[in-house]
Write a protein that binds this ligand. Sequence first.
Ligand code: UD1
Ligand code: CA
Length: 472
Amino acid sequence: MKTACVILAAGLGKRMNSAVPKVLHNVAGIPMIQSVVNTALRLRPDKVIVVAGQHIDLIRKSLAAKGVVFALQKEAKGTGHALLCARPALGNLKGLVVVMNGDTPLLDPDTIKRFINLHKKNKNDISVISFIAKNPGSYGRVVRDKSGKGLSIIEDKDADQVQKKIHEVNSGVYVINSDAMSILKDIRENSLKGEYYLTDIVALAYQKGLKTSAYCIGSEEEFMGVNTREELYKASYLMKKNIIDKWTGKGVNFLDAGSVFIHPDAHIGRGTTVYPNVYIEGHTEIGRDSTIYPNVRILNSRIGNKVTIKDSTVIEDSDIKDRASVGPFAHIRPGSEIGSEARIGNFVELKKAIVGSGTKASHLSYLGDTKIGRGANIGAGTITCNYDGKKKHVTIIEDGVFVGSDSQLVAPVRVGKGAYIGAGSTVTKDIPPGALAISRVEQRNILKWARRKSAVSSQKSEARKGKGKKKV
Ligand code: UD1
Ligand code: CA
């Protein structure tokens, strides 16, 4: 039996009051449609179809490389009509059609798997997930007749006063046997909204004698639909909390979880400690027993085991190997790699810099387009002058080099293994291995200069006083 997932994402999202399509709004750092697609992919279906409307190109771009198929719903004529628009993309698939809304980003794939199993076990034609909402608000109410068999979903706008009080509501997640899909054609336009409601299939199926069930599984939070900015914020908060809880369960130590942001795709190893106000964004992987001190932002980077990232450091698209230490106040820009046990200290900026293991750059440096070997020492204030106004050039510093403080290396330039650079040098030529390069002006001492200076200045002040007297 084959399975296809259809995600409805062509609504206008008017309640969001935004120029951006609703399903592209971020929840905990990723567009909600991506979260729903990720859930769908976890079910390992044969096909994922996203129904999109006038913003189809933007949605397609956001889901590039996910391997999903798109169906166009030209006009937002309701959820029932949206699913109908996916039919050509389904082709002659025989099996199950799992339908989800694109605005429910907190869905748990395990709940959906459980739901699909219930559907199969009970040999249903159509099943829907319901949940108990404290405040049913705009959700469709699940109306069961007294026998418990008759089932329908009544939208909030169409519900009478008694129905409005029902707390069991529709999640928007359905499983429909492909053979029962023809029922979509029987949905009539809703007189209040002029839309074709997918929810109507439940009552239609019951009337036609098809086996239909609503399974009240999962929590209100999991099925939360995001229609307004307020709900967007709430969903972000809940997802953030779920992520923190997950990593706490896996042995990560948070000192102030409420102030920490962790991207859904990030990974953190056991025994790592995360201080307050830390942002771990994108596809970041942090190893075991590392420490991330306050106010650190790490984006799309790999941090090894037992690494220390000190306060107020920014790391982007870079690799930090085991037992290295970075910061405080360091900026590690894209394409950098910091070797094991290397130390990058305060006010050091790296850009496309490969730093060998055990190398130290402890203070106030810019190292860009640079390859530094192992065990080198980069003195305070060292600058690689990588840019000539037109092009970027590379600086190579081989193993064991000692760069004296306040040196500039004008790229392209190579410093041979074990060479020394005297402090305050401007290096413009390659340095052979083991050599000492000094380019600063030789020091000159002018003896007794201080005494002569004070004699000259006292003469001047006497002369000024003399001039003043004459005037009186
Ligand atoms: C819908 C359900 C409601 C349920 C709730 C769960 C209907 C009629 N109502 O209400 O019973 O409790 O979800 O969250 O189905 N969409 C389209 N094309 C359209 C209209 C909508 O693709 O023409 C998409 C939207 O982009 C959205 C999803 O369908 O992702 C749901 O639409 P929305 O307008 O948010 O429905 P709700 O009012 O939340
Ligand atoms: Ca909704």
